[in-house]
Design a protein around this ligand. Structure first.
Ligand code: GDG
Length: 457
């Protein structure tokens, strides 16, 4: 059985970062094989010898490297976060195209590869995560590594026309094809990538997830990421969950509870969601005074400027809605720009009548799956889900909406609030079945089966 070698920008070296989802899935595979996790230490150094800091935990070796200020700014802040993130989320208008940033991005991929390659052994299996390291397989091959190397993209892959806006699109596509397995969140992403390869690189789609391009055959498939379904269900019944549910219960005073939880990011469609809440109170006067919407939005530090603008916009929208509709004893829309513990979120999901998950674009979106797993099966809440989240391919039993159509989202909220118990249960059972069957362990197995038919745990 080979060792699993994970490579990602951030690792779960901090045990607190192993609490949920992906980190747990990767961590468990690494523990089973005595694997290695490479990544950025999170520190910035001016020492030009950026050695790997070793750290062992439970049989897993963490090998972490610092970034110089220039690397951090070029590779991480500018290229990954200000070019790839917006373009892959269809926001070309927000991209800061910059040739120097790409040069630094490529140099960091190559430097990591040069440090990692000598530590790889025959039989190892390399699994690279996300958009920070799209050039890694190519760089590892140049550094002498010939073994199985797979890549999973957590964010969407855009339509060919949008991908072409990246000045370096051809370089990136060619480098991606050096991976043996390229995994996407959804069929839509796989389709976009393969279509680009056919149109621009003369690829041939051989079917069954195999694509012939650049003189080799690569596996290109969708592997929709799941959650620790049972673990989240249990979290919703923990002591912390009960406390959070009780605290908000006091504030609700018997009103219906609608919840949204998203990192502060322009891809999550928050201004549109707030507009939709305004439309709800405009178009359906029966909801006034009867419904409380709470939006929890922890700030994401990596995109400070965009975050500040978004924050101002959300403050204004929430202020306007509360000013227009609020009353002495009713705050229609509560907006909390802070984070809560996983169990607390689970407790809030459990007592919500409606979960609002309306990103403008999302690779998968895990919150919608968590919302479903937290529900009480006797009296489940209703999930409203954007058609532009990768999860919509699996979760067709949700109320699927176009997040740009705020009147339609308002209608969906109203329909959810008035849905019969029978329909709620029916929809919830269908959602829960998929989420349980295709959980995080299933995702990991599917990917690793294709990358290493001989087996990794
Ligand atoms: C990327 C892709 C893809 C949120 N607030 C708090 C908190 N959270 C947790 C949620 C959920 C996670 O963070 C967010 O995951 P998402 O999937 O919704 O979104 P991204 O962070 O954008 O993740 C996405 C994902 O990667 C996995 O491949 O699904 O499409 O963009 O688990 O519950 N957790 C805690 N406190 C908070 O306040 N503890």
């Amino acid at each position: 059985m080979g060792r699993l070698i994970a490579i990602s920008n951030r690792t779960a070296v901090d045990p607190k970062a192993r609490a949920g989802g992906l980190a747990v899935a990767v961590w468990e595979s690494l523990k089973a094989t005595g694997g290695v996790w490479f990544g950025w230490s999170g520190d910035i150094t001016e020492n030009e010898h950026r050695v790997l800091h070793g750290h062992y935990d439970d049989g897993v070796e963490f090998l972490l490297t610092d970034l110089t200020q220039e690397e951090h700014d070029g590779y991480y802040l500018n290229y990954a976060n200000r070019v790839i993130w917006p373009v892959f989320h269809y926001r070309i208008d927000l991209a800061w195209f910059n040739r120097d940033a790409f040069t630094t991005y490529a140099a960091v991929n190559q430097r990591f590869a040069r440090q990692i390659a000598p530590r790889l052994q025959d039989g190892d299996i390399v699994w690279v995560h996300d958009y920070h390291f799209m050039l890694m397989a190519d760089a590892l091959r140049h550094a002498g590594w010939a073994g199985p190397t797979g890549f999973f993209l957590h964010i969407p892959f855009p339509a060919p026309e949008v991908f072409r806006a990246l000045p370096e699109h051809h370089w990136i596509a060619r480098a991606l094809c050096a991976y043996d397995v390229i995994g996407f969140q959804a069929e839509r992403d796989r389709y976009n990538f393969v279509q680009y390869l056919i149109d621009d690189c003369g690829a041939e789609d051989l079917g069954d997830g195999h694509v012939k391009v650049f003189d080799r055959t690569t596996t290109v498939k969708a592997y929709p990421i799941g959650i620790d379904a049972e673990g989240f269900h249990a979290a919703a019944h923990s002591e912390l969950a009960d406390e959070a549910a009780e605290r908000i219960g006091r504030f609700l005073g018997g009103r219906e509870f609608v919840i949204g939880v998203d990192r502060m990011d322009y891809s999550k469609g928050l201004p549109e969601r707030f507009e939709a809440v305004g439309r709800l109170f405009d178009n359906f006067p029966d909801t006034r005074g009867k419904v409380s919407v709470t939006q929890i939005t922890p700030p994401s530090r990596s995109k400070v400027e965009e975050y500040q603008e978004l924050r101002v916009e959300l403050d204004q929208l929430a202020g306007r809605i509360n000013g227009d509709y609020g009353d002495l004893d009713w705050i229609p829309l509560r907006y909390l720009a802070r984070s809560y513990q996983r169990e607390e979120l689970a407790g809030l999901f459990r007592i919500a009548r409606v979960g609002l998950v309306t990103p403008l674009r999302d690779g998968m979106n895990l919150v919608c799956k968590e919302f479903v797993m937290a529900q009480d099966e006797e009296d489940p809440g209703v999930l409203i889900l954007s058609e532009f989240a990768g999860a919509a391919e699996q979760l067709q039993a949700a109320l699927i909406v176009n997040p740009h159509d705020t009147d339609n989202v308002a209608e969906a909220i109203h329909a959810a609030l008035n849905m019969s118990l029978e329909e709620r249960q029916n929809r919830w059972r269908r959602l829960e079945k998929v989420i349980r069957e295709q959980d995080i362990g299933w995702w990991r197995e599917q990917f690793l089966k294709d990358l290493s038919p001989g087996g990794v745990n």
